[in-house]
Design a binder for this molecule. Structure first.
Ligand code: 3HC
Length: 313
């Protein structure tokens, strides 16, 4: 088939809302775009385990410890589904991990902020997982089959994570004055970094045009950010807390809230490697990878031996 014909088939699939599968022809830039996004997403899941794992030993009850442990394990699983989806595009796991460990690949800005109190674990589950779901529901219908299918289970589990965070916030917000103050403090610190998770404003988002054209994204950064604010403000009100934004105001004409832009200079600084915890996160990930070398070697030796036995039999 001529290249134009391949392109026609690819465009036809997008037009008919059909999935593109690993063995289908796809434009090289589409493939690269997906590797970039899926691997950044996978890295975010894996790095996201660090600020929360940090609280497993300090969770205030056995129940909250078990729930947090399960949540952190889920994030590890999400990373693995996503690495596998990225591998179907012709990149190896080693290369993907190397990009993360050397700082060449990005991961979500949000995980470069510290979790200082137990209320932060509530805020992360409620706001960060809440924002992740807002963005990821549309990814269940993204155009690349393996990514879309991985997102179905991820979204289900993220919903549970969001509930876990909201439950912690509810307990604190309806608890003692000190607990409520701790919840408010966490909200104050996580609100704007969470808004940054959706990416830069549409006008400054270099990847959005192709992502929308190829149906990788189905909604833009600004649309999702607006929906997140509109959905989360009533939850803040229910908790009796205050959104740390003096410009937050209901706009009847647009049937949504007006709100302040996050500090985009801070965002750029964080994604360039200079946020409060970037160096700590990469150091922890590299240490875990190096400490796990013997497990990988043992697994490979076992696989090799098993192969030899099968071949001989
Ligand atoms: N953190 C780090 N980098 C970000 C970012 C963020 N919050 N938002 C944007 N960027 C980066 C982009 O990766 C891009 O850099 P690159 O060109 O070097 O790759 C640059 O900033 C410009 O942004 P664009 O808007 O042009 O980029 P995208 O079109 O890719 O949009 C995105 C960014 C909305 C994050 C999109 O990639 C996306 O939807 N990704 C899938 C979802 C995802 O990765 N979520 C991670 C959230 S955390 C998570 O899920 C863990 C859970 O447990 C909470």
């Amino acid at each position: 088939m001529e290249i134009n014909k391949f392109e026609e088939v690819f465009e036809g699939k997008l037009a008919k809302n059909e999935m593109v599968e690993p063995k289908d022809w796809m434009p090289e830039n589409y493939r690269k775009h997906l590797i970039r996004q899926i691997s950044q997403h996978a890295h975010s899941e894996i790095i996201g385990m660090l600020p929360e794992g940090n609280w497993i030993t300090r969770a205030p009850s056995l129940r909250s410890k078990v729930v947090l442990l399960a949540k952190v394990q889920d994030e590890g699983g999400h990373g693995l589904y996503l690495y596998t989806a990225a591998e179907t595009l012709g990149i190896s796991r080693d290369e993907l991990l190397d990009n993360l460990h050397t700082g060449r690949a990005k991961y979500s800005s949000i995980f470069n902020y510290p979790t200082l109190t137990w209320a932060d674990i509530g805020a992360v589950g409620w706001l960060v997982d809440g924002a992740a779901i807002m963005n990821q529901v549309m990814l269940q219908r993204t155009s690349y089959g393996p990514y879309a299918r991985a997102m179905v289970r991820i979204c289900k589990e993220e919903s549970f994570h969001q509930r876990q965070g909201f439950e912690i916030m509810t307990r604190l917000a309806f608890g003692t004055e000190d607990q409520k103050a701790m919840a408010q403090d966490a909200l104050n610190r996580w609100w704007f970094p969470t808004m940054m998770m959706f990416g830069p404003p549409d006008a400054e988002s270099p990847n959005s045009e192709n992502a929308m054209k190829w149906r990788i994204k189905r909604e833009t950064n600004d649309q999702l950010r607006q929906r997140f604010v509109d959905q989360t403000v009533p939850q803040v009100q229910y908790l009796g807390l205050t959104v740390p934004d003096e410009n937050l105001k209901w706009n009847e004409a647009k049937k949504g809230y007006d709100f302040s832009e996050p500090n985009w200079a801070e965002f750029k600084n964080v994604i360039s490697g200079n946020g409060p915890c970037n160096k700590e996160r990469l150091a922890a990930r590299n240490k875990a990878h190096n400490d796990g070398a013997w497990v990988r070697e043992a697994a490979q030796a076992f696989a090799k031996k098993r192969n030899e036995i099968y071949v001989a039999a």
